[in-house]
Design a protein around this ligand. Structure first.
Ligand code: F6R
Length: 591
């Protein structure tokens, strides 16, 4: 689970009537070294945690598990306990001594107090949950119960792995996929009481709760590096298959769309008068790409909004607004809160998500799964391409339902979309020059990216990848906006990536070629991504990377790939941990 947080880690086991634990700042290797030097006793019951710090720095003491005074219970926590200060003050007033600066320890101490007073572990967990505000997944063990753990969730993920004579709980199925593919998705505000042979789920009041069992469709190899140096590189290479799998089964042989999973009556979709796409980070950029296509095909106004901004600005959402959320993990707290807000305003919400059983699809009216397989590299790659592909399916479907495109137009676009996986493969097969180019950037301090129309979000995504994993200052701009300010940044030798729209089929092509000349005249090193056969760019490109010929709206599916690989290669050359970049975590389950 290290990809979810890696600033410290810890484990605790129950054996011989006691809790034994180790925790260490830094990556898991530090913990492993400590465990090798000081092994824990053998046990059939243990909990472990990797942390992404919120309250309190990444120190040994702040690492989880947190053990209550007297070593009665050990607890791990994901999320943020918003009222921890009040709880801590209450416990301190009773004489409890805290050993960390975390919000999580308040939950551990509260649970310890209950259990030490003779309350059953699951009852105690429910009592604790009822006192907590915020987002939390909690897992706890009791020193006197060597065969049982309890776990709980609110606004933060938790799944149960159902084994044969053994059971698991985790934030994500990849933690136990090696042992079982059978899983149970826990609902909001539920507690699960687990032994090797039993799983009992209740709500926070102790009433039996409904659960949703599911079978994981991918196997362990999908969550392994399979010979690649980084998950990110593996995931970049998986993109042709990921896009193909996302399209699979969603169109008929005649090119018409079938999105059976939507479960929103066509009559309701015909009444939609505004679409709002809500997402974060890379998923937000996928949304920016989708806006161009959706508006063009459906003639419905489409806004794209950063999820963390959406809810807090009182957005105009009505019953006839269709909210589309994009989330690879399905657990991003900002996006989840945006969904709740939209549904409170009676809008319909469609989630485009990559993770079966995650909170976001569960809380949405409908879901279109991207079938990318698990994305483990912290920097999203196949997540982006598959989100764009899924948005395009939705856009074409809406156009079909609302009659805003002729059938043969829809079929032509769908045929071109279905033909992109081999073209993405072609880009991947020709990446050597991009890898070579990275060698020239080791000491580079700043890089710019320019694009227009759908090339603009591609530019933003190219820049984000460099910031995230190569720690390089990078900015993406709409090429037409350059002259209104950013061109002042252009100085001798500054590298600028420019995504050029298709030649002859896109009215912006010539304007972007002019933009290349403008920055080159001011000394920039131009790295041009242009389609095969476009020789107009040749005189102005210091470095030229060829893209397969596709129509404008599909160009992001091929143009983003070299930018992903460039960032991956540069970060590798700089000696950085590509899969676990500093300060980041894969699933951002806090607001
Ligand atoms: C960038 C990246 C993040 C995520 C963002 C949303 O490489 O990984 O910007 O795209 O945190 O995550 P999901 O899609 O899981 O909601």
């Amino acid at each position: 689970m290290e990809y979810r947080g890696y600033d410290s880690a810890g484990v605790a086991v129950v054996a011989d009537g006691a809790i034994s634990y180790r925790k260490k700042a830094g990556k898991i290797v530090n913990l492993v070294a400590d465990l090798e030097a000081n092994p824990l006793p053998d046990s059939g019951l243990g909990i472990g945690h990797t942390r992404w710090a919120t309250h309190g720095g990444p120190t040994d003491a702040n690492a989880h598990p947190h053990v209550s005074t007297g070593d009665r219970v050990a607890l791990i926590h994901n999320g943020i306990i918003e009222n921890f200060a009040v709880l801590r003050a209450e416990l301190e007033a009773e004489g409890t001594e805290f050993t960390s600066e975390t919000d999580s320890e308040a939950a551990a101490q509260l649970l310890g107090r209950e259990v030490s007073a003779g309350v059953d572990l699951a009852d105690a967990m429910r009592a604790v949950c009822n006192r907590l505000e915020g987002a939390f997944t909690l897992v706890a063990v009791d020193a006197l119960e060597p065969h049982r753990l309890v776990a709980a969730r609110r606004n933060s993920p938790l799944v149960v792995g159902v084994g044969d004579g053994e059971n698991f709980v985790a934030s994500d199925v990849s933690a136990f996929i090696e042992f079982t593919r059978f899983a149970i998705e826990l609902g909001q505000d539920q507690v699960v009481d687990v032994t090797a042979d039993s799983i009992v789920v209740t709500d926070f009041a102790g009433n039996p709760a409904d659960t949703h069992p599911f079978e994981v469709t991918w196997d362990l190899s999908a969550a392994e590096k399979s010979g690649y140096d980084w998950f990110m590189r593996k995931e970049i290479y998986e993109q042709p298959r990921a896009v193909a799998d996302t399209l699979l089964g969603r169109y008929n042989t005649d090119g018409s769309l079938k999105l059976d999973e939507l479960h929103i009556p066509e009559s309701e979709l015909r009444l939609v008068d505004k679409i709002v796409i809500v997402a974060c980070g890379t998923a937000y950029y996928a949304g920016l790409v989708a806006k161009y296509a959706i508006e063009h095909w459906t003639r419905i106004a489409c806004e794209v909004e950063i999820a963390s901004e959406f809810r807090y600005r009182d957005p105009i959402i009505t019953r006839s607004t269709l909210v589309v959320t994009l989330s690879q993990s399905g657990e991003t707290a900002d996006t989840l809160m945006a969904i709740r807000h939209a549904r409170e305003q009676h809008a319909k919400v469609i989630a485009i998500c990559n993770t079966n059983g995650a909170t976001i699809p569960r809380e949405s009216d409908a879901v279109i799964y991207t079938h990318a397989g698990p994305e483990i590299g912290v920097a999203s790659t196949k997540g982006f391409l598959t989100q764009v592909a899924a948005c395009y399916l939705l856009g074409l479907y809406l156009a079909q339902v609302r009659g805003t495109m002729y059938d043969d137009e829809i079929h032509a676009v769908m045929a071109e979309l279905a033909a992109t996986p081999p073209l993405i493969q072609k880009v991947l097969d020709e990446l050597d020059p991009i890898k070579e180019l990275a060698k020239r950037f080791i000491d580079q301090k700043s890089v710019l990216f320019l694009g227009r129309h759908v090339g603009y979000p591609v530019a933003l995504e190219g820049a984000l990848k460099l910031k995230e994993i190569a720690y390089l200052h990078a900015e993406g701009f709409p090429a037409g906006e350059l002259k209104h300010g950013p061109i002042a940044l252009v100085e001798e030798g500054i590298p600028i990536f420019i995504i050029v729209p298709p030649q002859g089929r896109d009215q912006l092509h010539d304007k972007v070629v002019s933009n290349i000349q403008e920055v080159r005249a001011r000394g920039a090193l131009t790295i041009v991504l242009a389609e095969e056969g476009d020789h107009e760019v040749d005189p102005y490109a210091d470095v030229l990377f060829r893209l397969p010929k596709v129509s404008t709206l599909l160009q992001p599916l091929v143009a983003t790939v070299p930018l992903q690989m460039f960032a991956c290669e540069l970060a590798t050359l700089k000696g950085y941990d590509v899969d676990q970049p500093r300060n980041l975590a894969k699933s951002v389950t806090v607001e």
